[in-house]
Design a protein. Sequence first.
Length: 274
Amino acid sequence: LQLNTFIEGARRKRDIMNESTSDSTYEKVSILEIKPYLPREIWQIVFDVMSIRDKLFSSKHVIEFEEFYSQLLKNYEKYAANFRDQEVERCALLGLKKQSDDSVNLINVPNIALSIYLSNNSVTWLDVDKTSHRYVTFETDDEKIGISEHSTYLKVNNVCWLNFVVSKILLPTGQYNIFYKIKGPCNVANEYKIRVKHISPRQDDVGYIDVKQLKSLDSTWEWVPVYKDHNFKELLKVCYNYENNDALHVELFNQNGYWTRGLSFHVIRFALAE
């Protein structure tokens, strides 16, 4: 479905019928303005197979698609409520730098993402003595995140072979992109591999964080996406099925023994993929 063509075609047809030549503003169009006529049920099927991005775009321009999208979010919100910690979600969106990348901005749309707080209880360190303040500390960012038990973040002071896991992650069924909320400034090198391990069925998804983005970080929090390969263009997509009793273990690994200094982590965010 070519949404732009569909929407603009409906608008042009309506404007001709109304003998209007104004280009200043447009109201939403209706699927009933397109010939040949298709029943609402068919448009619902079309909407269901759209990507999240197209669903969002079409809902802003098409009356019926706005209704479909509202119902989708209502159902997803009801389903996701069993998995979401509202205080974690609130803190996850605080202190962020404004970013221009559409794929990153998409995760700020309400109700389509869930955040996992990286606490002392949720993180398992591999090959690191987490009790030693020389290596890793848990600090607070009251100024940017606020005063809350979830305003604490973990800071990597000086670690070689950085490797940690967040385990037993449960989500609503769906296909997800993964983002880390990270800030610097930091001293990093080599690639950071992300391995997503599924419990059922037993399989792994592997992605990568762009080291160039990490090196450019300042003291403001940013969403750092996980990419599917070293081209760092297409985001990793993880298919998750709660009904299969699946659970995720997400491992971050700097695999070549380089030192990581000054990198801070707050949450992992799972956003519904396109």
